[in-house]
Design a protein around this ligand. Structure first.
Ligand SMILES: *[C@@H]1O[C@H](CO)[C@@H](O)[C@H](O)[C@H]1NC(C)=O
Ligand SMILES: *[C@@H]1O[C@H](CO)[C@@H](O)[C@H](O)[C@H]1NC(C)=O
Ligand SMILES: *[C@@H]1O[C@H](CO)[C@@H](O)[C@H](O)[C@H]1NC(C)=O
Length: 401
């Protein structure tokens, strides 16, 4: 073979390698300092432009350790050219310390991914929203100082398909830690989410208008719901979650301000609640419409939970401005199977359904909840609730047939 042919073959091989292997970028190449003090927002924006515009079969952005990157509100805008975008977070990303230095509250999020399909984020690093400054301010004060009417969600995914978020630590979000809206075929796993028990509205994971989502093997300890599924959530599997402190795994709230809301096809399995205010919760406001149906909670371990099983169709926080309404979100086909553990309140099972739209198709199967208060026997409360029992302690004789 002559030299020219060899050169041609080599260059063809290089070309092939370039096309078939991931393009790798590192935020440091784009001027990030990673000293925890310098604002690296611009470097992240420039890096994202390159990553998202890369035409290769996959494109990777590394956020290295042991650096800490101070990043302000930022939108990672899609759609991207590559079908697979990999963000490897090895280091730590922190939000501005002071709410007054936030610009860009209009998205309601700190780190927003918009219309990015095939997004894969992992790396074992940390996303720290430094929410404490937000938690202590009143909402009017927040508005004046930083043009935000409510504190932002730390990490939000809007319109996505095929998201995989795994092996990350999420800390101290100003509000919800992770939000999914209009996302499908997505998996969240091996996450470690934490904020103080008394931090307001710091939900772990919020899902809405999304279908075919799996959340598994994660530890969530926050000041609000560990996971909340709201309007338009369907085909959601939640497995292997440790929740506590927090407000439990909640469907809702649904039907606020007379809205038509729906949630269906939810399976919560092998989860543990410890010291939470709720375990398996469904909450709806009076006056709404729609449904919450085909929902199963199975193999649930409870330790000192205030409301292990609760359907609250008179949801109205602080009991402020809650007139009686006749319509309601219909709650049906809800199964509770294999619950074991302790309740810290007397009413371990609370089916407070709408007076006008009954709950139906409730199943209690192998429920064994005892009281964490010595000598106390837990009870079941029902209001307009229809269903069946195959072994439940406490006994649910108040369920109508
Ligand atoms: C949820 O689990 C069920 C039963 O194991 C399975 O058939 C279904 O495909 C799962 N859905 C998702 C979104 O993982
Ligand atoms: C609730 O979600 C459904 C789609 O599942 C949508 O049609 C409806 O508009 C949503 N309701 C509100 C109040 O956003
Ligand atoms: C219920 O659980 C308690 C302890 O948590 C246990 O001692 C008891 O045997 C269980 N009852 C049944 C019927 O499984």
């Amino acid at each position: 073979m002559d030299q020219e042919k060899v050169l041609l073959i080599v260059s063809l091989m290089l070309c092939f390698l370039r096309l078939s292997s991931a393009a790798n970028y590192n935020v440091m190449q784009f001027g990030a300092k990673g000293d925890g003090v310098t604002d690296d927002t611009m470097a992240f924006e420039r890096a994202w432009q390159e990553v998202c515009n890369d035409v290769g079969p996959s494109s990777r952005l590394t956020i290295p350790m042991p650096n800490t990157f101070l990043v302000g509100p930022i939108t990672f805008q899609g759609p991207c050219k590559s079908p697979l975008i990999h963000i490897q977070i090895l280091g730590t990303i922190i939000a501005p310390q002071n709410p007054s230095s936030w610009n860009g509250c209009e998205t309601g999020a700190w780190l927003l991914f918009y219309k990015v399909n095939g997004l894969f984020i992992d790396g074992g690093g940390t996303i720290n929203g430094r929410g404490d400054a937000w938690w202590t301010k009143s909402s009017t004060y927040i508005t004046e100082e930083s043009k935000c009417t409510i504190p932002p969600t730390a990490l939000h995914f809007e319109s996505c398909n095929g998201l995989r978020l795994t092996k990350l630590k999420h800390r101290n979000s100003p509000r919800n830690h992770i939000g999914l809206n209009r996302c499908s075929y997505s998996t969240l796993s091996y996450l470690d989410i934490a904020a103080p028990a008394d931090s307001p509205n710091t939900d772990g994971i919020d899902i809405s208008l999304s279908t075919q989502v799996r959340v598994h093997h994660s530890i969530i300890r926050t000041g609000d719901d560990c996971i909340a599924l709201s309007n338009g959530s369907s085909q959601i599997n939640i497995t292997g979650i440790y929740c506590g402190p927090g407000h439990g795994i909640s469907i809702g709230s649904l039907g606020m301000n007379g809205q038509y809301n729906t949630v269906e096809g939810v399976k919560v399995r092998k989860c543990q609640f410890s010291g939470t205010t709720n375990g398996a919760r469904i909450k709806t406001w009076q006056g709404g419409s729609g449904y919450a149906r085909d929902i199963t909670f199975e193999k649930i371990f409870l330790h000192n939970v205030n409301n292990p099983i609760i359907i609250d169709q008179h949801y109205c926080p602080h009991n402020y401005n809650c007139p009686k309404e006749s319509s309601a979100v219909k709650v049906n086909d809800i199964s509770y199977k294999r619950f074991v553990g302790t309740s810290s309140s007397r009413t371990a099972i609370n089916f407070d359904c709408s007076n006008n739209v009954a709950c139906s198709g409730i199943l209690l199967d192998h429920i064994n909840i005892t009281s964490s208060v010595k000598g106390e026997d837990p009870t079941v409360y029902c209001n307009n609730a229809y269903g069946t029992t195959s072994f439940s302690s406490p006994t649910a004789s108040c369920l109508l047939n």
